[in-house]
Design a protein around this ligand. Structure first.
Ligand code: TXA
Ligand code: MG
Length: 341
């Protein structure tokens, strides 16, 4: 199959382009599309044959369930028979936006989408292209991140092409995504409600609506398919969690040791430390104070280092609050480590 790429301006969406993409969805094909978090690889969620193509294209195991993307609140009632007031409070506050809700599933949903589970993950993305595509397709769209299984999620159309060329019918290219890490997954089927994956919506902001939400516990694999060493680049990733000068010294020491052995090194640093590793190839993900920017740049930096042939990537840590929880989770997973207690 040939992959077509169409540039689309999110501030001035051309209907013909959306119609072309929606036709593909309705005919059981695959369309990669932008969301506010990362690019998704979409298919008609109510067509099991189309959904199977997603798993095949990504090499994704069938026991890893997909998120259903909707554009209107009413669609939620079709996907779950157990939508309570508290669910709607969350929807009012955070949708459209990077929050995925796990609910009891309705009978309409093909088992392949939920990997046979009795629950379904649903979200309404905050991106005009995604919303138009879902509405025009007149069906919920099942979409994982549009990367090969276990590669970093794509934050640009080029990343999608690098992983899925000839495996997807069409890529809608609306430029870089804003958030850069995936949605927060909140399980509403167990009490207290629990975060299964930290992401674009922070625990702190969720707690403004539901104070007793359980924080994410990275030591347990709570969501199916959340394997360790997810989001990995080809290089070995080492995350250095000390602070201040200790961190800088340790990174320089590690980098020198690997360099002496002939390895090609990459360092991911915060803006204020970028000049502290003068012997090495440094990429900056953002200043300490701007975790949004750090999140937005993280996956593309991992991919850039891959392209440059880095064999060892040494990363600075960020503070674990707000979006920092999601950033540290992805870095720990990239480094093949479980989260610390
Ligand atoms: O930001 C995002 O969430 C992106 C964009 C494209 O929307 N999507 C995304 O999908 O990250 P994916 O497939 O890469 O991750 C979805 C994860 C699954 O790996 C699984 O852990 C969890 O969502 N999940 C899906 N259905 C679930 C369910 N019924 N119960 C628990 N976890 C579920
Ligand atoms: Mg993914």
């Amino acid at each position: 199959m040939q992959t077509e790429i169409i540039k689309i301006d999110s501030t001035n969406i051309e209907v013909a382009k959306i119609k072309q993409a929606a036709d593909i969805i309705r005919n059981g094909g695959l369309v990669a599309f932008p969301t506010e978090t990362v690019y998704g690889l979409g298919a008609d969620a109510l067509n099991p044959v189309a959904v199977a193509k997603i798993f095949e294209a990504k090499n994704r195991p069938l026991n890893d369930p997909l998120i259903m993307h909707i554009a209107d609140r009413e669609d939620l009632l079709r996907l779950s028979n157990e939508v309570y007031k508290i669910t709607l409070d969350l929807v009012d506050e955070f949708w459209p936006g990077p929050l995925t809700l796990v609910l009891k599933k309705s009978q309409d949903i093909p088992p392949i989408v939920t990997a046979g589970l009795e629950t379904v993950a649903v979200r309404m993305p905050d991106h005009p292209v995604a919303l138009s595509l879902i509405r025009e397709s007149q069906t919920p769209i099942a979409a994982p991140s549009a990367n090969l299984f276990r590669r970093p999620s794509p934050t640009s159309a080029q990343h999608v092409l690098d992983d899925l060329n000839e495996k997807v019918d069409l890529i809608l290219d609306a430029g870089k995504t804003n958030v850069g890490v995936e949605s927060t997954i909140l399980d509403l089927t167990q009490t207290p409600f629990r975060i299964l994956r930290p992401g674009g919506v922070s625990l702190e902001s969720l707690r403004t609506i539901i104070p007793d939400i359980e924080p994410y516990n990275g030591n347990k694999i709570l969501a199916p398919g959340m394997f360790i060493r997810h989001y990995s680049p080809k290089a070995k990733v080492i995350l250095v969690e000390e602070n201040g000068k200790v961190q800088i010294d340790k990174i320089n020491l590690l980098a020198s040791e690997f360099a002496i052995q002939g390895y090609c090194i990459g360092i991911i640093a915060k803006e204020e430390n970028k000049d502290k590793y003068s012997d090495f190839n440094v990429k900056v993900f953002g200043p300490t104070k701007n975790l949004n920017l750090c999140a937005a740049n993280l996956f593309s930096i991992l991919r850039e280092f891959d392209k440059e042939g880095a064999q060892v990537i040494i990363a600075e840590s960020v503070k674990e609050e707000g979006l920092g929880v999601a950033i540290m989770d992805r870095l720990r997973k990239a480094s093949g480590r479980e989260n610390k207690v």
